[in-house]
Design a protein around this ligand. Structure first.
Ligand code: SAH
Length: 414
């Protein structure tokens, strides 16, 4: 366990002055509508330079309070808003109330599930911070250095819930900051023993592995839990193709749902090795034991093209790629890549089979994504009968436009 270095700086922090700010009219309007981000170019006046984690208080032209948030001199998102509209004292009690509210939202999670998101950033009032639970291990990931000086106050609040271990993950942006900023390192344990192996947890009764230190996100794609359960219900007797399978989350559910074969495609061999281990953990389930799992390592587009050439056919095809549009400039290319995947996916799908296609690009809104997908089907002369379009699960609430990243279509090829 790593002592939080900021402890000794508590007094210093208390004596630090809040930063007073005035901002552009356009940014004022956004903040008044509850948006959680203030970008650097929108700042018109600032009382003093300030440090990461200082409280910034944003006023309008008449010196009326608009919002207060955490200052981050290293990020183009210069202030992440904690408090809108009415002034409030941001202290331990304030954080405690926010944690309580977030935890209360998560009382309706499915049985036999101990892997889920406890705090979903902006959408739970903690902009730039997520907290995920994997059984007795919690994984905290921060996307802004402004949280570092506040961890010393937050940690005891989380320890009240008795996790055995809290690991810290730093986003790429935070890891790149000067060493001097903090002695904290990506992967440190803030509480409990360091992690030297992968951990397992339960999702809807399926044992799955997470690798919080080396894995994607905090180790697993917890946000697809409800879509995986939908796949389980549609997989009976099918040959299932899971493209961009990662550690096989969808594959395991398809197997439990009675799929005959499940082909998991990913470019990462370590991810497919984890998928194979996930199958071994769940051999006590008769359907999972009976199913044949076929991992295929390689580029999704190439493998799909080969399968089209070989005239392979499946009863259910899942396409859940990484985010294709990391910036506005990439949106058009991303939409074309989604269409290529739809074209390829539909060619290996039997008539009457189910297409499950998702996007996790926050830059691409739900409506254009679904329209783009139907257009791709139409170009091929394929009619899709929609089963359902889905969004976020309850532990990944959406509180602002950019927070709505996940969308997924379930449709039958007619
Ligand atoms: N569906 C998964 C999450 C997918 S994340 C789940 O529910 O857990 C995206 C995955 O795509 C990653 O595992 C990554 O290794 C893989 N990937 C990225 N580019 C790829 C490519 N060109 N071909 C195949 N897999 C790719």
């Amino acid at each position: 366990m790593k002592p939080l270095p900021e402890k000794s700086r508590a007094d210093e922090r208390a004596s630090r002055k809040n930063i007073a700010m005035q901002i552009s009219p356009a940014a004022e309007r956004k903040l008044r509508h509850g948006h959680p981000w203030l970008f650097d170019q929108a700042i018109r006046k600032q009382s003093h330079a300030g440090q990461a984690g200082d409280l910034a208080i944003i006023f309008d032209q008449k010196r009326q309070f608009i919002a207060a948030g955490l200052y981050d001199p290293y990020s183009p998102i210069r202030v992440r808003v904690l408090q809108h509209r009415h002034p409030a004292t941001i202290n331990t009690e304030w954080f405690q109330k926010k944690i309580q509210a977030a935890f209360e939202l998560r009382t309706d999670l499915p049985a036999n599930t101990n892997g889920y998101r406890l705090i979903h950033g902006e959408n739970d009032g903690f902009p730039g911070l997520v907290l995920d639970q994997y059984d007795k291990t919690w994984v905290l990931k921060i996307y802004s250095a402004s949280w570092i000086p506040h961890l010393v106050d937050l940690l005891p609040l989380w320890l009240d819930f008795a996790p055995q271990r809290i690991l810290l993950r730093l986003s790429r942006e935070v890891t790149a900051l000067p060493e001097a900023l903090s002695t904290l390192k990506d992967g440190d344990s803030l509480h409990g023993p360091p992690l030297d192996e992968v951990i397992t947890f339960l999702e809807n009764g399926i044992t799955l592995e997470a690798d919080p230190i080396h894995g994607h996100k905090t180790g697993f794609y917890l946000d697809q839990r409800e879509n995986r359960a939908r796949v389980e219900a549609l997989s009976g007797g099918a040959d299932v193709l899971n493209i961009f399978a990662y550690t096989g989350g969808f594959s395991l559910y398809a197997a439990r749902g009675g799929a005959k074969t499940i082909t998991s495609v990913d470019i990462s061999q370590p991810a497919l090795d984890a998928a194979a281990r996930n199958f071994t953990y769940n051999q006590s389930h008769p359907h999972i034991r009976a199913a044949q799992h076929i991992p295929l390592c390689g580029d999704a587009f190439e493998i799909l093209s080969q399968q089209v050439f070989a005239k392979k056919k499946y009863g259910l095809v899942i396409i859940d790629p990484p985010s294709f549009a990391k910036s506005r400039a990439e949106i058009q290319t991303a939409l074309r890549s989604y269409q290529r995947l739809t074209h390829l996916g539909l060619q290996v799908l039997k008539p009457g089979g189910v297409l499950v296609q998702a996007s996790c690009s926050s830059r691409i809104a739900a409506e254009p994504f679904f329209r783009n997908l139907y257009e791709a089907a139409w170009q091929m002369g394929v009619k899709l009968r929609e089963i359902e379009r889905t969004g976020h699960p309850s532990d990944h609430p959406v509180g602002f436009d950019e927070g709505e990243y996940l969308k997924c279509l379930f449709a039958i090829k007619e």
